[in-house]
Design a protein around this ligand. Sequence first.
Ligand code: SF4
Ligand code: SF4
Length: 272
Amino acid sequence: MENEFIHLCQPDDCKSCGACCGLYNYADNSRASLARRLRDRTELFRRTVKDAASLARYSEMVKGREDQSRIYEVIYCCEYLGFIDPGRRKAGCLLHPAANGGNDLREVSFYGRELCEGHFCPSYHYLSREEKKALIDIIDDWHLYGLCITDIDLVKEYFRFISDGICRVPRPDLFRRAPFRDIALRYFRWKLEWPYRTDDPKRFGKYAFDGRHYMIPYIDYEALGCAKSRFDKIFLSLSSEFRDGRDVRCAEAMVRDNIGAFVSACLAEEQN
Ligand code: SF4
Ligand code: SF4
């Protein structure tokens, strides 16, 4: 269906996104650390929240127990984000009516019920229907999914290069099966495993944060002794830091090989 609404926040039973609730804004936003936070909050919430007064107590306890260091001071990290399924595969709002027998408790939150309910991030507007569906099919882990679905450049550039290679937009159903899904998943896993990723803890995707300010630290190709890469936007999204032109060439080869593998698989399938 062409106009079908695709819910990026809670797309299916395998994962969800909690980025705009501040999930990745903690100084330590590794998967293990965030999973611990979400698990502990969920248990505390279920154990202690019985009424409005206990909600305030819950909030104080979470803020007292958890490390509140943030990457970007301006973005709030909401203490009501937890796991909303028994298998802990879905990050979500502990105050949402679906998690509280129909009672909407979001009024007590920092943003308030209306903002929480009505917020749709730029990915809803800028990603195409095909790109949204593909991402949902490729990634089944909440931590990686939230990082990638909110990185518009990373997604759009991948689709652009593949589309150039096969002279059309790749069909979204391709991403549900081998070898296409595995190739694409290798690309998106670079969000966590990219060998040229800076270890600067104040960097998030293409942005570098300095307390209350942020900037985009563009790659200085001239200083590296090479021309601007055609994969520049991808490199920025992956928080790349290159030592020299050789690094850039190796990084380009990795991206080129991945896109080439996807394109070759598409063309091979067309010929069969
Ligand atoms: S960042 Fe976007 S997809 Fe993620 S929870 Fe917020 S609105 Fe939903
Ligand atoms: S109260 Fe709002 S910001 Fe907090 S977890 Fe729920 S939806 Fe996210």
